[in-house]
Design a binder for this molecule. Structure first.
Ligand SMILES: [Zn+2]
Length: 406
């Protein structure tokens, strides 16, 4: 369907700019034009509305809806031992699918239209069920197929089959434990397998033992890699990520809550590291991009380096995040020809009224309740049936999975 969003306050992200009284024309699921006086068969009046590109969550474990807010003051060690270890031992493909669907719909409801889902699927059946759930949700996704933290690595045969699950709105990436958490010979085998299958690698990273140098020394560091966290990486290691054109996904809310280390967003700005944002885990933080942007902005001053503005943070939540997972050619801004992944916010809601700077208002004051419409590839996301359905499904799953004692 061709349609025009008429008379919106349009916020684009590449570069960041606010355009009052502007139309967005969507043709065949893509952005055909941004300007004034545009016409199409269907007109959606967006007077009093903000239209901006859909948010890109660059690192998230979608299924963890099933253990939401399990212990909001949990440290990283407790998260690993009290949630991941016991839950991963019993999580069935059906559980994973339910959690993934619920997490993806939560994303869409709050304006996240692209998500990198780091799934910890222990078997091909788990991965297949999770990808099916992503498709059912209608979200655009990069599905990270990889081993559980407490479990065996996926077999090469399973990874080869998993690579075939992609298509349409779902890309497949390999999500191995990586150089901070597994032996370098295992890392080398996994990286080379991913490259041979044309898969991006997404992986957690920590500061000890210079993991980025280790990859570089073996010829494994390239632009097709997304690292998550790394708060205690040295500047030299961060520079290597920038030089390789790889990306870093920060999860400032989870990193603060679980004690990963000092916020690093000013360092990544200063060192030119492509930086995206990730909710990571709803076991300890909220699942929407608004609270994540706020956490990024509020924690920035605790980090040394370059000044970070609301516009910088909005870029991390959109176009720069898209670059971090290798999707900037498709999503993250309103460039002509890009996928029409869009969020429409009610600018006249009480919490946004009176804003002098709409960009700062979106970053510092908006919340998921302001989201009126969401489009993915020009298709409106609307799953009114979802709440009741998911309530039933997730309570059934919750009765089967058992986190450790609180
Ligand atoms: Zn993570």
């Amino acid at each position: 369907m061709d349609f025009v969003l008429r008379n919106a306050l349009v916020i684009d992200t590449d570069p960041v700019v606010a355009l009052p009284g502007t139309d967005v024309l969507i043709t065949d699921g893509r952005i055909a034009a941004v300007g004034e006086g545009l016409t199409a068969g269907t007109v959606i009046d967006c007077t009093g509305r903000i239209v901006l590109p859909g948010f890109v969550d660059t690192h998230r474990h979608l299924w963890q809806v099933l253990v939401r807010s399990f212990l909001a003051e949990m440290s990283l060690g407790e998260y690993l031992e009290k949630i991941l270890r016991p839950v991963q031992a019993v999580l069935s493909p059906e559980d994973l699918a339910i959690g993934t669907l619920a997490g993806a719909l939560e994303c869409l409801a709050s304006g996240i239209t692209t998500v990198q889902d780091y799934s910890f699927a222990p078997t091909f059946d788990h991965a297949e069920a999770a990808v099916q759930a992503l498709r059912e949700s209608g979200i655009r996704a990069m599905y990270g197929y990889g081993q559980p933290v407490f479990g065996p690595a996926c077999s090469e045969e399973d990874v080869r089959r998993g690579a075939g699950l992609g298509g349409g709105l779902v890309d497949i990436a390999l999500a191995p434990l990586g150089p901070s958490f597994s032996d370098i010979t295992v890392v080398e085998r996994e990286w080379r397998l991913a490259r041979s299958l044309g898969l991006r690698v997404v992986t957690h990273v920590a500061g000890h033992d210079n993991p980025i140098s280790a990859l570089r020394d073996r010829g494994l560091l390239d632009a097709n890699t997304t690292f998550a966290h790394g708060n205690d990486l040295g500047d030299d290691e961060l520079k290597l990520i920038a030089e390789a054109g790889a990306g870093l996904s920060l999860a400032p809310a989870v990193e603060a809550a679980m004690g990963h280390g000092k916020p690093m967003v000013r360092r990544t700005r200063a060192l030119g590291v492509p930086t995206g944002l990730g909710v990571d885990s709803v076991t300890v933080v909220a699942g929407d991009m608004f609270s994540l942007m706020r956490a990024t902005l509020l924690s920035a001053h605790l980090s040394e380096g370059a000044h970070v503005t609301p516009a910088d943070v909005l870029r991390m939540a959109t176009i720069e995040g898209a670059a971090v997972i290798g999707m900037a050619d498709r999503v993250g801004s309103l460039g002509v020809g890009k996928q029409a992944d869009l969020v429409v916010l009610r600018a006249d809601d009480l919490n946004l009224l009176g804003a002098h700077d709409p960009i700062a208002a979106v970053v510092s004051a908006a919340h998921p309740g302001n989201v009126e419409k969401v489009f993915v590839g020009g298709v409106r996301s609307q799953r009114q049936d979802v709440r009741l359905q998911l309530d039933g499904l997730s309570s059934a799953a919750k009765s089967r999975i058992r986190p450790g004692n609180r």
